[in-house]
Design a protein around this ligand. Structure first.
Ligand SMILES: Nc1ncnc2c1ncn2[C@@H]1O[C@H](COP(=O)(O)OP(=O)(O)OP(=O)(O)O)[C@@H](O)[C@H]1O
Ligand SMILES: [Mg+2]
Length: 250
């Protein structure tokens, strides 16, 4: 079953009176339940824009979105999504349990459920022993992990992560990757954006390549490598972009 579907999705940002930026152009995509789906693309290719559209944070210029059959602005859609933004900001002087309580209250989750989930989530992300520490003393890796925990406070079916490993060292990246795989095995559908090819290669079951707001191609890594006669994901990425640019020049 497609858990996320977009049809002809476009987003044009208007800057001032005349300048317009086409950030996303006629993107039709579907993500199946149980996938770890990776949106890959260079800077400015429309990754964050597409995630923000799915979250209902910004309005599409054209096109439609269905999240578990509901539109992106519905309460049902929001209940089923957890989101970790690109550069999350947290309150320095709160501890892990306090920040989870804050987010839990935003979802109107009963206090006893928040308390149970807090313990469970802190254990899951390996921050239980740091539970009395204020976030200002956290390392970047720890902040990323508390971010993941906050995005799971509502026990969502779908987890959307914008560049989840940016700024992390190799150990932090591996920890995040292992966590995503664990979460996926426990039933979460994961949609992430990245420009780190190796990260995507290691975790994603299916990928989409974005370039200048266009969706160039989607498929499994092995399927796409074969289709583009590419040796690895880097080669595939370059070939898909070259093919698009050549076609556009004609
Ligand atoms: N609020 C905005 N107003 C105007 N233009 C915007 C806005 N947000 C994004 N853009 C433009 O839309 C295009 C796509 O941006 P987007 O942030 O979706 O890219 P991205 O793939 O997430 O890039 P990055 O890898 O740098 O995070 C870019 O040209 C960007 O400058
Ligand atoms: Mg982005």
């Amino acid at each position: 079953m497609a858990i996320i579907e977009t049809r002809g999705l476009s987003k044009v940002y208007t800057l001032g009176k005349k300048r317009q930026v086409v950030a996303l152009n006629d993107v039709t995509l579907n993500i199946q339940e149980g996938e770890i789906f990776g949106i890959l693309g260079p800077n400015g290719s429309g990754k964050t824009t597409s995630l923000k559209l799915l979250l209902g944070i910004i309005f599409p210029t054209a096109g439609e979105i269905a999240i578990m059959g509901e539109n992106q602005f519905s309460i049902a859609a929001k209940k089923n999504i957890g989101f970790l933004p690109e550069n999350p900001y947290y309150y320095d002087y709160l501890t892990g349990p306090e920040i989870l309580k804050f987010y839990g209250k935003l979802f109107d989750i009963p206090s006893s459920t928040i308390a149970d989930r807090t313990e469970e989530l802190l254990n899951l992300v390996g921050l239980y022993n740091a539970r009395n520490l204020a976030l200002k003393h956290y390392s970047k890796g720890m902040l990323e992990r508390i971010g993941l925990a906050t995005s799971l406070i509502n026990d969502p079916k779908i987890l959307i992560l914008d560049e989840p490993t940016t700024g992390l060292d190799p150990i932090g990246c591996k920890e995040t990757r292992d966590l995503l795989i664990k979460l996926n095995k426990s039933g979460k559908t994961i949609l992430l954006s990245s420009h780190f090819l190796s990260e995507v290669e290691r975790v994603c079951t299916r990928i989409a390549i974005f370039h200048r707001g266009y969706l160039l191609t989607t498929g499994t890594l092995t399927g796409l490598l074969e289709e583009y006669q590419a040796e690895n994901l880097e080669d595939l990425f370059v070939k898909a972009i070259e093919k698009f640019d050549t076609a556009e020049q004609k």
